[in-house]
Design a protein. Structure first.
Length: 489
């Protein structure tokens, strides 16, 4: 009996039972669940430490906060598992831990306010931690609603101009409202109605990011056209600078009419970064920095509140009891915390005005020290890096710009907040994403998280298998087969 013929070159013999089917791609959702459990443990233990430091008994209040926190993020995990199964497994747990740390600090400040009220024989104010849990629940509703309703984030590109117009209107509404309906602490950034208030600028920044991502994709040739070469840079043509001039005018208008330095700086810086990502031209960055400098000099010369901010930044202790009180108390708190902090519940963060909102970074630095504050900043850095990694991995240009814009807006906001609290730059009034107390900020940032998770899901999902379509018989190639010698076998 003759031996079987060896396989031809390049052929791979099939095993007797055939090839096994390829294993399904890993979604890493169990990793996300494990990290969420770790975030819940850290938050619960921190709440217990706060109570122990304040010599409080473990009450139903702690159990209520911990249970609500666990239930909210458990439902969010199920929504991601169902509607974005391939999303980055680190995004939601990082946000859960940031939100939990914020909840712990807000609860700790609630206890301090209750003690101060008891010493002054005043009515004890209602705790803001319960309100923060409620806002987190509403944020989860927004988060899951976007995950369910937005089947494909690329549909947002079709409505980019409409969303941009809505964002501009949202920015403009507080400026045209009377002061009693829009002004808080000197800034006209609110819509205040009986029993209801909202900060529309928080949502406007996301709508404007979607708008600019759509415009930069659709009009990329306009922004990449060759211009003059100056100092080795290729500057844009004068007739192509209309969009960035419009953004600059809008940001200056926000600064002038609403006295909101933070939002104007955040929007302009985000648009500038997105322009650079879309065009890879340093000339746009140079033009943007020149416009930013012109706007700052103009605002400093024309408006007193800007001069006060700069003067307070440069010399905070000269008017300690008035304009310099906030930043001075913040610096004292950070110095008190030192390297390892005073411990949760053992500091005096309530001495800093607006410690739950604008200056919560100062409260964290005092009670957790430089080590704890650095750990918090590292969490933000990982979140931003994962967002930028999503922008690199996603296949379409709109998704790249959207993910990059959302990630950079968190990075810029974090830099502005920490820089203001530590006296690196003037104070701007922005809040720390996911950590500070506030409904508008939480709702907007959970919408941002939902968009980033949808883009991440598309970036990490395996490419769909293409079925081989059989070639029509009429178009099949013909082949001449020679009849073997000797006739039929």
């Amino acid at each position: 009996m003759s031996a079987p013929a060896p396989p031809s070159a390049g052929a791979f013999p099939s095993p007797p039972g055939g090839f096994a089917p390829a294993p399904p791609p890993s979604t890493r959702r169990n990793v996300e669940l494990l990290l969420l459990g770790l975030a819940a443990v850290v938050t619960t233990v921190s709440l217990v430490l706060v109570e122990a430091s304040q010599e409080q008994s473990i009450t139903w209040e702690i159990a209520k906060l911990g249970t609500a926190y666990l239930a909210l993020f458990g439902v969010a995990h199920l929504a991601v598992r169902r509607f974005a199964p391939f999303a980055d497994p680190l995004l939601l747990p990082i946000v859960a831990l940031l939100n939990g740390i914020g909840l712990v600090l807000i609860h700790r400040l609630d206890l301090a306010e209750a003690q101060d009220a008891a010493f002054a024989s005043s009515p004890i104010p209602s705790p803001d931690a319960n309100q923060q849990v409620l806002w987190t629940g509403l944020g989860m509703v927004v988060f899951m609603g976007l995950l369910i309703a937005l089947r494909d984030y690329r549909t947002l590109a079709r409505y980019a101009y409409t969303l941009g117009l809505i964002g501009l209107i949202a920015l403009a509404i507080p400026a045209i409202l009377p002061d009693r309906f829009s002004q808080v602490n000197g800034a006209k950034i609110w819509i205040r109605l009986p029993g209801f208030s909202v900060q529309p600028g928080e949502f406007a920044k996301i709508l404007l990011i979607i708008f600019f991502a759509g415009v930069l994709v659709a009009k990329r040739d306009l922004f990449t056209a060759a211009g003059k070469h100056v100092f080795g840079m290729e500057l844009p043509r004068a007739r192509d600078m209309g969009p960035i001039l419009v953004v600059w005018i809008v940001c200056v208008g926000v600064l002038v009419l609403e006295k909101d330095l933070g939002t104007s700086l955040l929007i302009f810086a985000t648009v500038l970064v997105m322009l650079y990502i879309a065009t890879e031209r340093v000339g746009w960055v140079a033009v943007g920095l020149v416009l930013l400098s012109i706007g700052f000099v103009f605002a400093y010369q024309a408006f007193g509140h800007v001069r006060v901010r700069v003067s307070t930044w440069l010399h905070p202790f000269e008017d300690y009891s008035n304009t310099g009180y906030q930043i001075s108390q913040s610096l004292f708190g950070l110095a008190t915390g030192g390297l390892a902090g005073t411990g949760l519940g053992s500091g005096r963060p309530s001495q800093v005005p607006f410690a739950k909102t604008d200056f919560i970074i100062s409260a964290i630095g005092e009670e957790l020290g430089l080590i704890g504050l650095s750990a918090l900043l590292m969490l933000f850095c990982v979140f931003i890096i994962r967002g930028l990694r999503t922008a690199l991995a996603v296949r379409d240009s709109f998704g790249k710009l959207l993910a990059a814009g959302l990630s950079f807006t968190v990075a810029i906001q974090l830099f502005v907040v920490v820089g203001g609290v530590t006296k690196l730059i003037p104070l701007t009034g922005l809040t720390t994403p996911f950590v500070s107390y506030g409904g508008s900020s939480l709702l907007a940032n959970y919408a941002l998280l939902a968009l980033l998770i949808k883009v991440s899901d598309a970036a990490r999902a395996p490419a769909p298998a293409r079925k081989r379509i059989p070639e029509p018989l009429a178009e099949a190639p013909t082949e001449l087969v020679r009849k073997p010698k000797g006739g039929l076998a």
